[in-house]
Design a protein around this ligand. Structure first.
Ligand SMILES: Nc1ncnc2c1ncn2[C@@H]1O[C@H](COP(=O)(O)OP(=O)(O)O)[C@@H](O)[C@H]1O
Ligand SMILES: [Mg+2]
Length: 365
């Protein structure tokens, strides 16, 4: 196969997955159900995805020799993790199709370019400013107003790399604490709720969105997702439209998650985009048990060049993450009628670490 993007996998072909966390693991399981094989490439020997595939490469993302061998063993390459170095993705792209396209990483790895992109589509976000010094921070805090959230432009996740700033805070101390040279300041959004849309786009440009999901965070980490979100149908349609537009403009192939804030307004509530995740997303885990086709299968279909599914939701679905030592209660969930348990096979329990999740599907009221 060449590096052309015209991918058309056959059962028995091999998907290469960059990143070996739980998302890679669930992608590999979904691929297996469709008769595809997976080769997982990840630097951490304890990667949960290694446990469910026969072919694995444990090497650094900069290891060109390992990347070449990996590429030669697979038919298409995808990623479960948005911080794949661009150089790695480019090196692979020269040998095999990489989907979604590596250009998507450039847009979404940096909170500033991501927000500029979203605003260029006339889709709203929090107000924001590029911050490279404490002077910038002072000016932006005055211009945008406080409270505001200072975030590193790159590599943030689960609330890491962000600091809330309130009136009277010592900006110099805050800037020193973030210890970066490139950050953005975002106005704090007094949201009514947080929602997300999991969307899939095929190489032919078809976009399919799941029902809007409502998300609750604890300590900046996703704790609970409900589908469908308790929002008016017109707002749900707006949220899906926003995700569709983003997927289309990115010429995206695969599944992406768009995190949004629901904000009140004179003409009723509307959505602002918080973040784009160029991969399957934690708030879409409910689709494993709560929909006819999961986000993981949908992603594999898209990158395989297969038709997307029109997923049917099985009812009112709630997904709860098992974070840190909450996973030690797995026995309780095994015993609970109607609860589906997913454990990610991570050996070490750490506070804040996503160890598994549970799902409950109830008939729709
Ligand atoms: N500008 C903001 N206004 C209000 N809440 C915010 C803002 N930015 C982030 N948050 C809260 O922090 C959570 C994590 O922030 P996010 O930007 O999504 O970073 P990440 O998920 O990469 O850690 C959000 O889901 C939201 O609950
Ligand atoms: Mg987020």
């Amino acid at each position: 196969m060449t590096s052309s993007k015209q991918v058309a996998l056959k059962p028995g072909d091999t998907v290469g997955i960059l990143g070996g966390g739980q998302l890679g693991r669930m992608l590999a399981l979904a691929a297996a159900r469709l008769g595809l094989k997976c080769h997982v490439y990840a630097p951490d020997p304890d990667s949960p995805a290694f446990d469910v595939v026969q072919r694995a490469t444990c090497a650094e993302y900069a290891d060109i020799e390992a990347l070449e061998l990996f590429a030669s063993d697979v038919d298409v390459i995808t990623y479960e993790f948005e911080n794949i170095p661009t150089a790695t993705a480019m090196a692979l792209q020269a040998r095999r199709p990489v989907l979604p396209d590596t250009s998507v990483l450039g847009t979404t790895q940096d909170r500033l370019t991501e927000k500029d992109f979203v605003n260029s589509l006339s889709i709203g976000t929090a107000g924001y400013a590029d911050i490279g010094s404490v002077e910038d921070l002072r000016c932006a805090a005055a211009a945008l107003g406080l409270p505001a959230v200072l975030k590193t432009r790159r590599f943030g996740y689960d609330g890491k790399g962000q600091i809330m700033i309130r009136d009277g805070d010592d900006l110099e101390a805050v800037w020193a604490r973030l210890s970066t040279r490139s950050a953005i300041l975002e106005t704090f959004v007094p949201f009514e709720r947080e929602v997300s849309v999991i969307a899939a786009r095929s190489a032919t440009g078809e976009v399919v969105c799941y029902d809007v999901t409502e998300n609750e965070h604890q300590n900046h980490i996703l704790k609970i997702s409900h589908a469908p979100a308790a929002i008016p149908p017109a707002l749900a349609a707006q949220a899906r439209e926003v995700a569709t537009r983003i997927a289309t403009e990115l010429k995206y192939v695969g599944v992406l998650g768009v995190e949004m804030f629901v904000v009140p307004g004179e003409n009723g509530p509307s959505v602002l985009v918080n973040e784009i995740a160029p991969r399957v997303h934690n708030s879409g885990h409910w689709t494993l048990d709560g929909a006819s086709v999961s986000q993981f299968e949908q992603h594999i279909r898209a990158i395989a060049g297969w038709p997307l599914a029109q997923p049917i939701r099985h009812g009112d679905v709630t997904m709860m993450n098992l974070i840190g030592d909450e996973v030690l209660d797995y026995g309780k969930y095994l015993a609970e009628p109607g609860v589906t348990l997913h454990l990610y096979g991570k050996e070490t329990v750490r506070p804040g670490r996503k160890m598994g999740h549970v799902t409950v599907v109830k008939p729709e009221e």
